[in-house]
Design a protein around this ligand. Structure first.
Ligand code: NAD
Ligand code: DAU
Length: 358
């Protein structure tokens, strides 16, 4: 079996659901269930004997050690993290605690467990650390996309904490020989994406007739990948990746934020048109509102995904046009999921992040 951390979050839950669509191998899920963790994402596995869910912290060394000893996984896939840049600006501490200190405790327990394995299991064991393109910093408009050897230049407390965790993972390989794999992926989108992030926030706000808050001039560029393509890339790296190596994952889909918002508005105009009486215009784009920029906002991310394609034969299945259509449709079909995650805590966050912006 494998141990998956952060499995009740956006990418982790997509990964576990997809895993069982491809495998029968059991999964032990470890998730702290922070505001971003939602067991409802895994509801379809409730009576599935292949899946064991444990609520807990990757920084709880005793718990992690116990789970490793009890279930003896052949691999650990680490998604657990604080993941939202804006939250890291308002309060970096949780990011340091989970992304750096938590990853350290997880690594340390894994090292002890791995050291005690028999030679064959030891050689076959993998620790796959899921990281981000944000560790590489920001690109100018005409700079080449991030390759695996690009210098680390993190700019936000979030990306700095992820960069630190990547360095720890690297050091555990270099120093102790732990068979680690690191993946650095671009922006994901798709089902179960928490509506604090750009794409789901724009969809749910538009459907509620609320402002669509675009930071600064909206010309920042992100490189978007449908979440199930990220999951297939992780499975591919887990199966075929070389220990100690880093693989960048991306879909070659660079878009400005404004293009993203316009695309979402156009899809909603098609799927759920506003009445002709809507003021000021019967189109969702009339809700676009420019607000004060994110401090230290990275201008452009872009992933050079040639290594994973060349060495492991991975390619994304979705284009942006097909993936964003599926995503908007998913939010239209799952409004009760959205209503449930928009709890009191969610409303407090919206007040905190957006009320201070012009
Ligand atoms: P998310 O915020 O939706 O989910 C994170 C999950 O981790 C939640 O279920 C949360 O409860 C859990 N968690 C948080 N702290 C924990 C702790 N101390 N112990 C155990 N569980 C804990 O995040 P996501 O978007 O699914 O991202 C998953 C991983 O992928 C993160 O490591 C992130 O840095 C990385 N990543 C995300 C993207 C993206 O676009 N979302 C892109 C590249 C990489
Ligand atoms: O690049 C990978 C990263 O992508 C992941 O490591 C992070 O976990 C994930 O959250 C994401 O980070 P971003 O900061 O790029 O994503 P976010 O959805 O927060 O913002 C995307 C862009 O949209 C960014 O330029 C900021 C902008 N934005 C965001 C929000 C929430 C807005 O203009 N308005 C908004 O209200």
């Amino acid at each position: 079996m494998i141990l998956v951390t952060g499995s009740a979050g956006f990418i982790g839950s997509n990964f576990v659901l997809d895993w069982f669509a491809q495998h029968d191998e059991a999964v032990v899920s470890l998730d702290k269930l922070t505001y971003a963790g939602n067991l409802e994402n895994l509801a379809s596995l409730k009576n599935d004997k292949r899946h064991i869910f444990v609520q807990g912290d990757i920084g709880d060394a005793a718990l992690v050690g116990k789970l490793l000893a009890q279930y003896r996984p052949r691999a650990v896939v680490n998604f657990a993290a604080e993941s939202h840049v804006d939250r890291s600006i308002h309060g970096p501490e949780d990011f340091i605690r989970t992304n750096i200190v938590g990853t350290f405790h997880l690594l340390e327990e894994v090292r002890v467990y791995w050291s005690g394995l028999a030679d064959k299991e030891k050689a076959e064991f993998r620790f796959l650390h899921v990281s981000t393109d944000e560790v590489y910093g920001s690109l100018a408009k005409d700079e080449p996309a991030f390759s695996e050897t690009h210098r680390y230049e993190p700019n936000s407390p979030y990306s700095a904490s992820k960069a630190a965790s990547d360095h720890l993972v690297r050091a555990y390989h270099h120093t102790y020989g732990l068979p680690v794999l690191t993946t650095n992926c671009s922006n994901n989108y798709g089902p179960y994406h928490f509506p604090e992030k750009l794409i789901p926030l724009m969809i749910v706000n538009a459907l509620a007739g609320k402002a669509l808050p675009v930071y600064g001039d909206g010309q920042q560029i992100r490189d978007w990948l449908y979440v199930r393509d990220h999951c297939s890339a992780i499975r591919c790296v887990l199966e075929k990746g070389r220990p100690g190596e880093v693989y960048n994952i991306g879909g070659w889909n660079e878009k400005t934020n404004l293009e993203i918002v316009h695309t979402i508005c156009a899809l909603l105009d098609e799927f759920r048109p506003l009445p002709a009486s809507h003021s000021p215009l019967p189109a969702y784009r009339s809700l676009i509102t420019y607000v004060q920029d994110r401090p230290g906002h990275d201008r452009r991310y872009a992933i050079d995904a040639r290594k994973i394609e060349r060495e492991l034969g991975w390619k994304p299945a979705e284009t942006f046009a097909t993936g964003i259509r599926k995503t908007v449709q998913w939010y239209l079909d799952n409004q009760s999921w959205v209503n449930r995650v928009q709890s009191g805590d969610y409303r407090n966050w919206v007040e905190k992040n957006y009320s201070g912006r012009d």
